[in-house]
Design a protein around this ligand. Sequence first.
Ligand code: FVH
Length: 293
Amino acid sequence: MDTNRTSKPHVSLLGLGAMGTALAKTWLAAGHPVTVWNRTAARAEPLAAEGARIAATAAEAAAAGRLVVTCLLDDASVGEALAAADLAGKDLVDLTTGDPEQARAREAWAHARGARFLSGGIMATPPMIGVPDSGGYVFYSGSEEVLAEHRETLAVPAGTTYAGTDAGAAALYDVALLSAMNGMSAGITHAFALVREAEMPLKDFAVLLTDWLTAIAPAGHGTAEQLESGVHDTNVASNLAMQVTANATLLRTAGQQGVDPVLIAPYLDLMARHVAEGHGDEDGTGMVDMLRR
Ligand code: FVH
């Protein structure tokens, strides 16, 4: 081990895919002693030149220090990789994407092996890791003590946001934000399909699109307020009845442009159903609870 890397906490990192490699490089650059393991050993070798110690097995990597971080493909690969590792007395921080139930089950699995557990949901892409102003961060949930003890180390690659004691919370908020992103991406895809052959250069349209989405995004605050108060029909600027009438224009325009409305139709259908059920004077907030039926 590099003798200069002794004053900062050690990190055992399992998984050197695109994200794991970015994490490893950031901790190494910050002067942390890092022991890495990857199923395909060749992916670990370049990190030796940057100061990483390469473990031959996942169990050896886990044995190298108290803080054990996993960043593997999926939850099943975490169980496989750590099957033979002694986790007694370890703090396992799992940054692998999974669903809330998997995170809770992984916490119970870690506790049964004598480890404390913290689940993480990474809200960043690999190029955002270690870049302070990138906007990237990681949701953490589970043991608040583990986060408190390792926060300084965990904050090196990206910001830390604690989501609660339920180990499944980080996964839940991660998935909620990714789901919202997918809805936005569906809208962006549909919008570009509409204007694909139109006069305006697409890069100019992209400016309009980005500005519009940025202006509209704060509507999420109003949604939260209405859901918390249970009042959906006061201060309504754009009622659903009007919106559903306008939606017919959206669908006709898609037809005129030869664009399949498949990406927006389910949402428009849900709006029409809500109006048919007597909620035309509200905005769309009530549809949140419609989905939960
Ligand atoms: N990359 C991204 O943009 C996203 C951003 C948000 C968070 N995700 C999640 O991070 C986890 C790792 O993602 P990744 O980008 O590093 O993924 P890959 O480059 O595909 O690397 C996968 C690593 O997992 C290893 N692995 C797969 N199966 C097993 C197994 N059964 N046992 C042990 N290791 C396994 C794989 O090893 P190898 O193929 O090199 O041998 C890689 O190290 C992920 O949960 C994302 O959803 C990234």
